[in-house]
Design a protein around this ligand. Structure first.
Ligand code: TYD
Length: 135
């Protein structure tokens, strides 16, 4: 997969003096149907998460609170996306190497996924990723 297929997607924002509201619907605001969500929180300073690629799973990553960086790589290029607002997120297609880093205190990474959890869907070795045929 070419890294250019990863993109920031702005979500709807309903502004109100009582507070703001954002939302997303599958196959409408994000380009896949949702099977699973998970979230990463209480990350100790300096820790990294991720460090793998998926064969089938697509993701949409939102910084619900605080900030962190998502680092994506294809075979030629690396890109860093800094997420720090809950009204947009990063679409991560299959076949990219990815990790999350620079978590701020009390940050909350909320991830919407296209597949159920499946350990077999992971490529965890970077060298194996480089050898996998391009999707
Ligand atoms: P993992 O995806 O390996 O996290 P990271 O790549 O950030 O280190 O997940 C960590 C553990 O949590 C792993 O043992 C599998 C489990 N897990 C689930 O059971 N279901 C899920 O949806 C996810 C994302 C992880």
């Amino acid at each position: 997969m070419d890294i250019e297929f990863a993109k920031i997607i702005d979500l709807p924002k309903v502004l109100d003096e009582r507070g703001n509201l954002s939302f997303l619907e599958e196959n409408k605001h994000i380009p896949f149907a949702i099977k699973r969500t998970y979230w990463i929180y209480d990350v100790p300073g300096g820790e990294k998460r991720g460090g793998h690629s998926y064969k089938k799973n697509q993701e949409f990553i939102i910084a619900m609170s605080g900030s962190f960086d998502v680092v994506l790589a294809d075979r030629n290029k690396t890109k860093v996306f800094s997420l720090n607002r809950s009204y947009y997120g990063l679409y991560v297609p299959i076949g990219l190497w990815r990790h999350l880093e620079n978590f701020s205190t009390n940050s909350l990474a909320f991830i919407v996924a296209s597949e159920d959890y499946d350990a077999e869907d992971y490529i965890r070795e970077y060298n194996e990723f480089l050898l996998t045929p391009k999707i």
